[in-house]
Write a protein of this length. Structure first.
Length: 551
């Protein structure tokens, strides 16, 4: 027996005889199917070499190339690696940079529903404008005073601090008001740079109907020009202007440009030493307007929040800073920035470079669901993180308890109401389209009676967003959601047909060889609820719906 064991231990581990080109390029284990699992998950074009590479024996001689069939049936049994492991390990998808991406999950889910009609991966519902808000301008831009009046600027500042600052609170309003007064006094020394005021005014335009799109775009372009002129001025104020630019692009721009702006903002924070606690050893901390420790923590937290989610959405690497402060920002009256920043701990733990298990994900999603978020933008951020955690669990094929699924559905319902509130207030937060669209996919994936009962209100919300902001971005998200529901319905209908055909072969009430006198028969019951063991398989609500014909 020992000789046999030794011989087996010397045998090389069996793998798939050949890997597809995408797996070969990424140095990933390929299961040999056509398409293989990795290509199905990411939408790669799965292709194999017509002649596999020759392998060398240990003594240096070569093995003749083995014939390879493109038939998935023939290749599916060529590897022993498909045997389930005793412990559930993350799949290649869950370990990759795309593991937290909503767009990647939508494609993966669509492939499981209908592989032949799955849409390509794209940023659907990322924001309501997706670049259409930005237009070119031929105005000679020298100063903000050439674009708006002082009265208009005061109104735009008021909108910013009413709608945006409570969620992203990292700017001192007193200094902004002082600067607005100084801008219209020739020769005055400004309390904060003009680029910061332009960024605030551009966001004020986006959240109000006080100025036309040309004025908004001019303010945004001037802010960038001023930033370019002050490229070596590394202070709290230049970092503030870059974070404002990132916020504006997240609401109106395209993903790649926004991600790069968020990286630059964090690099400015790093260069200015704002990520360290005051009093710590920060050799390269730049001089500039003094900022309070709490303001430093706030701008750092907002910049991290933006960068990490932009990185997740795009499957890019996020910026991480060394010796970063771990002291949380302090809450302020009429401000819910700390609610948003309280999610950072859970968000950054989802970094694709970290290994996170199913139980850890369950613990995290339970804690996030139990958090209290009070205002619509904060509720949408909570819901967005919850959906991301669910996507990770779904990808791992981890069983989620019914009580957690019910809480997810309840949070989605709360988020849908938050979207309606933002629509009424004219506040185009970026999650306004993203959360309803991702919720449709999540509700289909949960696939319970409660989740399907919320599918109608969620689609109605997405339709309202599309009608209110009539952009290509919102229309594409709405049409894609309808397509997902249609694909899911067709799969269900196909299953119903198969079940009907099976029941024709094995009708209810037909005598069997195991029937005994006095045994219970389906024909004796008025409905299925009278079957003694029926209630063991369904909840009370599902029985009622099924019996009443509403399930």
């Amino acid at each position: 027996m020992s000789e046999i064991s030794d011989a087996r231990s010397r045998q090389p581990r069996q793998r798939s005889r050949i890997a597809c080109e995408p797996c070969r390029e990424r140095k990933r284990k390929c299961d040999g199917d056509h398409p293989c699992e990795l290509c199905r998950n990411f939408g790669y074009e799965c292709s194999y070499r017509s002649h596999p590479r020759k392998r060398r024996r240990e003594n240096g001689s070569t093995l003749p190339s083995q014939p390879f069939s493109s038939s998935p049936q023939e290749n599916s049994g060529t590897t022993l690696d498909q045997t389930p492991a005793p412990t559930l390990a993350p799949t290649p998808f869950a370990q990759s940079l795309e593991s937290n991406s909503g767009s990647a999950f939508v494609r993966t889910f669509a492939i499981t529903v209908d592989p032949s009609n799955a849409p390509p991966s794209q940023m659907l519902g990322w924001n309501v404008f997706l670049g259409q808000r930005q237009v070119s301008t031929n105005m000679p831009l020298r100063s903000v005073t050439d674009i708006v009046t002082q009265s208009d600027m005061q109104d735009l500042v008021a909108v910013y601090f009413d709608k945006i600052d409570p969620c992203y609170g990292f700017i001192d309003r007193e200094l902004v008001d002082q600067t607005v007064q100084q801008l219209w006094v020739p020769g005055s020394n400004l309390s904060i740079p003009e680029a910061v005021v332009c960024g605030i005014a551009a966001l004020g335009c986006a959240f109000s109907n006080l100025q036309d799109l040309q004025t908004e775009t001019s303010l945004f372009i001037l802010a960038k020009l001023l930033l370019d002129l002050a490229a070596e001025d590394i202070t709290y104020d230049t970092a503030t202007a870059w974070v404002l630019r990132t916020v504006y692009l997240r609401l109106t721009g395209r993903p790649e440009e926004t991600w790069m702006a968020s990286c630059i903002a964090l690099h400015f924070i790093d260069a200015a030493g704002l990520h360290c606690e005051i009093g710590t050893d920060a050799t390269f901390r730049r001089a500039g307007r003094p900022s309070t420790p709490d303001m430093n923590r706030r701008i750092l937290g907002v910049a991290r929040h933006l960068n990490v989610w932009l990185s997740f959405d795009l499957g890019r690497t996020r910026v991480t800073l060394q010796n970063m402060s771990t002291v949380p920002a302090s809450p302020r009256p009429n401000d819910y920035t700390t609610e948003l920043l309280g999610l950072l701990f859970y968000t950054e733990n989802l970094d694709p470079t970290k290994t996170i298990s199913g139980p850890e994900l369950i613990k995290a999603i339970s804690e996030v669901l139990d958090r209290v978020h009070t205002k619509p933008p904060s509720i949408l951020a909570q819901c967005n993180l919850t959906l991301c955690l669910f996507r990770r669990l779904y990808t791992l094929r981890w069983l989620v308890q019914d009580d957690i699924l019910d809480k997810i559905v309840q949070l989605i319902e709360k988020a849908i109401q938050a979207v309606h509130t933002l629509l009424e207030a004219g506040s185009p937060w970026h999650h306004m389209a993203n959360v309803p669209f991702q919720s449709v996919c999540t509700l289909l994936a949960i696939d319970t009676t409660k989740s399907f009962s919320l599918l109608g209100p969620t689609m109605s919300c997405l339709s309202t967003v599309s009608d209110t902001h009539q952009t290509k971005a919102t229309q594409d998200a709405y049409n894609a959601a309808r397509a997902l529901i249609s694909m899911h319905q067709k799969r269900r209908e196909a299953n119903v047909v198969r079940q009907s055909e099976m029941l024709k072969l094995y009708p209810i009430g037909a005598p069997t060889g195991n029937d005994t006198p006095g045994q219970f028969s389906f024909d004796q019951a008025q409905n299925f609820a009278e079957v003694p063991w029926f209630s063991e398989f369904f909840t009370d609500m599902e029985i009622a719906n099924f019996v009443n014909g509403t399930g």
